[in-house]
Structures are given as C-alpha cells and as structure tokens.
Design a protein around this ligand. Structure first.
Ligand code: MCA
Ligand code: AMP
Length: 468
C-alpha cells in the first residue's frame, strides 16, 4: 500500500531544502540498498539524511527503527539487538560501535532513484519499530503497520482540515510518532511543504510564520509554554491557521495565554506510540482548555473502572481509557507477554491513562494509572529503566524514581536513592552516561531508607514526604 501521497511540496530541515522529487530520488536510492533487509536502524538526527533514510524504508517496505541520536550505549545496544536491524543508516562520518550493524552512508548515495510510491508492501506490513518506555525494564519495540500510519494520518488530515495548501512547521525530534510519523510522513502523505526548524524554538516558529507562510504548527506543551512566555514571538503566530499541542497535557493557563497572544485557541490532541493519535479537537469545532477533544474518525473509546465495569460518560467519573481503532500497533516486538497484558480480554487497548468523557463526547485526561511513567518535555520515561540504571552503580543500594512537577518540562525525573560514598551529581552523570541524556534525573535525593509497605514494596506516593 502507498503511504506517501502522489505529489507535494518541498521538505526543509534546519535550513537545507529538497524538492519532493529530489527527496524521493534519494530515498529510492536508499531503498535499493536495503531492499530485503528484515529491519534497518536510522541514526535519527534532525536532518534530511534521516528523512531520506526513513522514506527509503517506506519505499523498500523494510521496517525502520529510529535510533535517538543521544541514546546512551546501553540503550543503543538494546534497540539494535532487540530489533534485529541488519543495517545502520547514517551520515558517512558515523562509526558504528563494535557489534553494531554495518553502516550505509546515506549522504553518499545518489539522488536519482526511480521508485516513487512503495505501493508494493501490504497494509499490515510493519513500517516502523518505535522504542518506548514502559513502567519497568528496557524500552519495548512498538510495531506500527503501514495501514495504521495511513489510517492515522488520514484521520488527522480530516480533523485538522490539513491540505497541500498548508505549510507544516515544527522542530520536534525525528524518532517519535509526533515529529516523525505526524511531522514528516504526515506532510509527505498530505502533500504539504514541511519546514523543520532543527529544534522547536519559539523564535524559529515565529520566523517561519512570517517568512515562509507557515500555517500549521506542531509543538509539545513545553514549546507552547515557552511561546506563551514571549509575547512578541507569540504574536508573530497570528498569521497561522492552526496551532496543535500534544504528547503531554497542555496547562490551562498556557492555552489561555496562547489564545490571547496569537488569536488562536490551540487544538489539543491525545495519543500514544502504541495507538497513534486517537482523540483530538477539530479545526472546524470547539477547542476547550484542559480537554483533548473527541475521538478521531474510526476510533472508539470507553472508560473502565478498577472493578472491571464501564464508567459512565458523565464528564466527572474517572476511569481507565480504552481504545479500539484500525490505527493501533501490532504488538511489542519479542514481548508477547507485554502485548497480551496491554489488551483487555475483549480486545480493547488499555492506555493506562485515566480520563473522563462527557455526555458530549469530550475527553479529559486526568492522570495515569501508574506513577511509573513520567512525561518530561513530551518524552515518555519509564521509572524502572532509570532505577535499573541507578542500581548499576556500585555505590547504590536502593533507588526509586518518580516524576515531580516542573514549570518548563511539565514533570522532571526525580530519584530517591540509598547509597554509600557517592554524590548526587555523580549519580546524575552516571545515568546520563548509559541512557539518553534527557532521561537522567534532574534531582537526586540521597535518603536513609525508602518508604515501604508491609509487603516490602516501595510506596512511591510517600517519597515526596522525604523531600519534595
Ligand atoms: C532536553 N533535555 C531534557 C529534555 N529535553 N531533559 C529532560 N526532559 C526533556 N524533555 C535536556 C537536554 O538533554 C540538555 O541536557 C538540557 O535538557 C537542555 O537541552 P536543550 O536541548 O536545550 O533542551 P531543549 O531543546 O530546550 O528541549 C526541550 C524540548 C525537548 C524542546 C521540549 O525536550 C523536545 O524536543 N521534546 C519533544 C519530545 C517529543 O517529541 N515527544 C513526542 C513523543 P544537558 O544540558 O545535560 O545537555 S510522544 C508521541 O510521539 C505521541 C504519540 C504523541 O502524543 O505525540
Ligand atoms: P508516548 O508514547 O511517548 O506518546 O506517550 C503517550 C502518553 O503521553 C499517553 O499515554 C499520555 O499519558 C501522554 N499524552 C499524550 N498526549 C497527551 C495530551 N494531550 N494530554 C495528556 N497526556 C497526553
């Protein structure tokens, strides 16, 4: 099935631009190099090379595994080993470490391949394996099919009235659903030009609105709160058509300030790596601060109580949000146990998010079922992975990690550690050395003991009593 639309505008990343045809010619040369591979990893910097490599995978029908470029050695080894990627696509200067797959230098490939659509692959073929954190252990590989991506993007195009006449602008990382699936494949499927600003800096968004006719802007709440704090930058977005926020809750005061300064009530939408985007406000409808909207076309939602019974749609009673849709993932790679656990017996996907649904269908996300998933600046971080990284230090005896409120990032990673002969800063640097830098704790509290219940399990809700 074809994932890319038939025509479209140029793609610009961090100041370098390619016409769509040049990009497809380059991606087609990538496709010729990788055809037949079980999976390929892409060193996913914010660059045209990453876009050419990912689109090459789409054209060849080969699953793409984006590697966060700041991954630490433990994380990178896990992703490469678990995914079974047999080639590494990256710029020519990159040196694969011992045991890593051989490099295909993307920048050295010609730009004149002739494959343009990749229509040969089946709808249920895996397009991407995206690694994402769970509550415990190492990140899991989420298998996302071509059909799910196509359905997810078409539903968003309909809800947001996204057309080739838009200029999409964002600067998000190219290894998650938000920046890569919506922000790159979305533009290529819809046919709108894409301006990626390298990093999601509010001033860069503002410049694009003024100079390039940027109309549709994607950001995580941290980006929007930084924009709302800078009135002249925010005012430059008045010429936009739609400002979209997602990946974490948009605080109500940020929504309101943004509306006041930009003249746009932002569209908030909700999703997960496993489900793509399932609920959103619409371009032609209401947008309500604190609410994430109504289900996208083709998506069904329900709320379940802890007792296993459905919760009423009264806008007040919270329950776990379950979803059913053609855009769900195929499962976690090599983890049938975790896949089975994430679905209810009757086949609905259990998001782990706690929500309310009003009689009018409007959804509000009010929390998460587990304290072990942290959202920092839009990144999903599993407490268990950070605890394991801390426990690998010889001086650490016990460790417990939670998210605590942070003005800029929404939540920050905070660790409570029982340790001998090691300081806070050393522990932060130690984690940063093995995992992505953004996963390191921002705060470490060295404590005498951790609060435990009668079963000996750490009571995370009591950790902040030790130190906030
Ligand atoms: C950067 N740092 C962080 C974070 N980002 N620390 C904790 N949490 C973070 N999110 C660290 C850097 O490693 C660096 O450390 C220091 O903070 C300053 O980095 P800098 O690069 O200046 O930060 P920034 O560029 O201002 O980054 C903030 C950011 C970024 C722009 C909000 O975090 C970001 O791009 N977030 C987007 C995440 C995202 O796309 N999530 C989508 C997944 P040091 O000083 O030590 O070097 S969710 C998804 O895909 C679903 C389906 C959905 O719903 O969208
Ligand atoms: P990820 O797989 O990184 O996309 O993380 C998915 C999680 O992000 C969801 O389970 C939610 O907890 C959170 N999330 C995404 N969008 C929103 C939103 N608009 N409001 C609140 N939480 C969100």
């Amino acid at each position: 099935m074809d994932l890319l639309g038939e025509s479209g505008g140029p793609v610009r990343i961090d100041g370098r631009e390619l016409a769509r045809d040049e990009l497809l010619g380059w991606a087609s040369a990538v496709a010729a190099e990788i055809r037949g591979a079980d999976a390929v990893a892409v060193h996913a910097t914010a660059s045209l090379e990453t876009v050419a490599a990912v689109v090459g995978g789409v054209l060849a029908g080969v699953p793409v595994v984006p590697l966060p470029p700041d991954s630490g050695p433990a994380e990178r080894a896990h992703i490469l080993g678990d995914s079974g990627a047999s080639l590494l696509l990256a710029a020519s200067g990159t040196r694969p470490a011992d045991g890593e797959p051989p490099l295909i230098p993307v920048d050295g490939l010609p730009r004149n391949g002739s494959e343009r659509t990749g229509a040969g692959a089946a709808a249920d073929a895996t397009a991407m394996i995206l690694y994402t954190s769970g509550t415990t252990g190492a990140p899991k590989g989420v298998l996302i099919s071509r059909g799910a991506i196509a359905a997810g993007l078409d539903a968003l195009a309909e809800a947001w009235a996204w057309t080739p006449g838009d200029v999409l602008v964002h600067g998000l990382p190219l290894f998650h659903v938000h920046g890569l699936v919506l922000g790159v494949l979305g533009a290529l499927r819809v046919g709108s030009p894409l301006v990626h600003t390298g990093r999601p800096r509010p001033e860069a968004y503002a410049a694009t609105a003024q100079d390039d006719g940027g109309s549709l802007f994607f950001g995580v709440p941290t980006v929007w709160s930084r924009t709302a704090a800078d009135p002249s930058t925010a005012r430059a977005l008045r010429t936009a058509r739609l400002l979209v926020s997602g990946s974490a809750p948009l605080p109500v005061p940020v929504f309101e300030r943004l509306a006041e300064l930009t003249g746009h009530r932002p569209v908030e939408r909700y999703g997960m790596t496993e489900t793509l985007i399932t609920v959103s406000a619409r371009a032609d409808g209401d947008r309500r601060p604190g609410y994430v909207g109504t289900p996208l076309p083709g998506v069904e939602t329900r709320l379940m109580g802890e007792d296993g019974w459905p919760v009423p749609r009264d806008g007040e009673t919270p329950g776990e949000l379950h979803v059913r849709a053609p855009l769900l993932f195929k499962g976690y790679l090599n983890r049938p146990d975790a896949t089975a656990e994430s679905f209810a017996a009757d086949g609905w996907f259990r998001t782990g998010d706690i929500a309310t649904i009003g009689p009018d269908g409007w959804h509000r996300i009010v929390g998460r079922a587990s304290t072990d998933l942290i959202k920092s600046g839009g990144y999903r971080i599993g407490a268990g992975e950070i605890e394991n990284a801390l426990l690998a230090h010889p001086g650490v005896r016990e460790a417990a990690v939670v998210g605590t409120p942070h003005d800029d990032l929404g939540e920050q990673v905070t660790a409570y550690v029982v340790a001998d002969g090691v300081g806070e800063k050393q522990l932060i640097d130690f984690v940063a050395g093995s995992l992505s830098v953004h996963k390191r704790p921002r705060v470490v509290h060295l404590v005498g003991s951790l609060p435990r219940n009668a079963m000996g399990k750490v009571v995370k809700t009591r950790l902040t009593d030790l130190a906030p």
